[in-house]
Each structure stands twice: as C-alpha cells, then as structure tokens.
Design a protein. Structure first.
Length: 141
C-alpha cells in the first residue's frame, strides 16, 4: 500500500519532536512543557473560568483537570469560584506559581531562541500563524 500523506500524523510527529525539545530545556525547573504553558496562559488571563481555559487550549475539560491537578497539589495554582459566575470554577496563579513561572522563563526563552535559530525566526513566526489558522478553521467545524 502506498504511503498516504496524513496531516494529523505529520502534526503529531512535529509536535512530539518539538515537545521533547522544550521538555529537555525545561527539565531543570521541574516543570513539564505543558505545565509551563498552562501557568503562562493562566498568568496572562488572570482568574479564568475552567471552561474558557479549556476552550482556549483546545482541550476537553477532563484533560484540563488532569493537567491542573499536579499544579494545584504543588500550590502553583488555586481553584475557586469564578468572580463573574459563582456557579462556575476558575483558576488563578498563586504567588508560588508566579515565582515558578518567572524562575522557569529564562529556560523557556533560551529554548525558544534555539528553536528560532534552528528553524528560522521568520519561518517560526509563519508556522505559529499557520497553526493558529489550522486551529481556528477546525474549531468551527
């Protein structure tokens, strides 16, 4: 059978390779790449409802919960009621979480710079733009 080109397979392979690259760079901090990304998103958003955060990350709510539990256990985030809707839950970054994010940022920045050197800064910017377009196109399916 002739090998077929599969967008999902190509994206997964590139994602795994990129994730491994960032995981190695962030390892000294004790944070995984997904955890750093979550802390960054929460920091940028402030108190963010869980459903909104899951939507922003293109992640289902149960997967988000699974990823947030270690951060909550380690005191890096806090879960509470959403100030806009007391029935909903929201997540915020704790002071400890902010300190961890600030301490880890230089490792991420170094990895980011290495990626852009290896791949090319312009191509990396185009790639991020294309991936955002892919995500948006498939979000409205």
């Amino acid at each position: 059978m002739k090998e077929r080109q599969c967008n999902a397979a190509a994206l997964r392979a590139a994602s795994r390779r990129t994730s491994q690259f960032y995981e190695e760079a962030l390892a000294p901090s004790g944070l995984r790449g997904t955890q750093f990304s979550l802390l960054s998103r929460i920091d940028a958003a402030g108190a963010v409802p869980l459903n909104e955060l899951a939507d922003r990350l293109a992640m289902d709510r149960s997967t988000l919960g699974h990823n947030l539990r270690p951060l909550q256990r380690d005191g890096l985030i806090a879960l509470g009621s959403d100030p806009r809707d007391r029935r909903a839950r929201a997540v915020t970054l704790t002071r400890k979480g902010k300190a961890k994010l600030v301490a880890t940022f230089p490792l991420w920045a170094k990895a980011h710079a290495r990626f852009e050197t290896a791949f090319g800064a312009r191509r990396a910017a185009r790639l991020r733009k294309l991936l955002a377009q892919v995500e948006a196109a498939l979000a409205d399916r």
